[in-house]
Design a protein around this ligand. Structure first.
Ligand SMILES: [Zn+2]
Length: 258
């Protein structure tokens, strides 16, 4: 049952202001107090400046921005050897500087408190929201034991946040952005942090399946959601499962790239 604080926006603001006076909020990136006029709760203006947002022109497969030499050649170093089972990929920002801190905090430090800020960042990035609009968002699942240990799946958190902010960009009635847990992890795979591209491909082979009893609505566009796009091996393994289940329009979205 919601408490009176949850029900009343005024009361919530008062409680929040009171808490801010007792415990000043520090920027997760710079460690300095967050200014009153910062659009984020845990990112100061200086911290925000260190977020490298992905903008066009970027690689159509993984969303890595083209600049300088890359712009001239239009060959993305991340996707050269990838045979994507999905269409377009779009990250919100690069996993460097502030972006790396945000991902790390979310993934390893129960960073649920950052979700409202991530919603603010996503809502301010029109290309990103348009990429999500109207789609069924499918979070990349964790192995059940791993999720129990961690207590959450950060990709599901992200899918929920993304579905919330994409609503404002939707135009087709009846195609509201929504989250669907269609996939399950059937094999517990070792951490890929120190694996190269080929090792990651092998590691992910047969790691995912369709969740028992779930059936994708193949008439709709689906977007796989994960925290980071690294080599695309994990997303590709998930994409193959959805393709086999008949999903034709399939893209991916991640919080970060790198
Ligand atoms: Zn790419």
């Amino acid at each position: 049952m919601p408490t009176s604080v949850q029900r009343s926006p005024l009361l919530r603001t008062l409680v929040r202001t009171g808490l801010d006076l007792i415990f000043p909020r520090d920027c997760v990136v710079t460690g300095e107090p967050v200014e009153e006029d910062s659009p984020c709760r845990y990112l100061s203006r200086k911290g925000l400046e260190q977020v490298f947002f992905v903008k066009e022109p970027c690689c159509p497969t993984c969303g890595f921005p083209f600049f300088g030499e890359l712009l001239a050649s239009r060959v993305c170093p991340h996707c050269r050897e990838l045979e994507p089972a999905f269409g377009r990929g779009r990250p919100l920002f690069l996993a460097r500087d502030a972006g790396r801190v945000l991902v790390h905090e979310l993934k390893y430090h129960r960073g649920r408190y950052l979700l409202p800020d991530i919603a603010t960042l996503a809502a301010g990035s029109s290309g990103f929201c348009q990429h999500l609009a109207g789609a069924v968002l499918v979070p990349v699942p964790l192995y059940p034991r791993r999720e129990r240990q961690r207590g959450y799946n950060q990709s599901r958190w992200l899918a929920e946040v993304f579905a919330g902010v994409a609503g404002d960009f939707e135009q087709t009635p009846g195609e509201r952005c929504q989250v669907a847990d269609l996939l399950t992890r059937i094999r517990d795979t070792p951490s890929q942090t120190n694996f190269d591209r080929a090792q990651r491909e092998v590691n992910m082979r047969g790691a995912f399946g369709l969740k028992p009893g779930s059936r994708p609505d193949v008439s709709r566009r689906h977007v796989l959601v994960d925290d980071v796009f690294t080599t695309g091996a994990t997303l590709n393994a998930c994409a193959r499962v959805l393709r086999r289940a008949g999903v034709e329009r399939l893209d991916v979205a991640t919080l970060a790239h790198g």
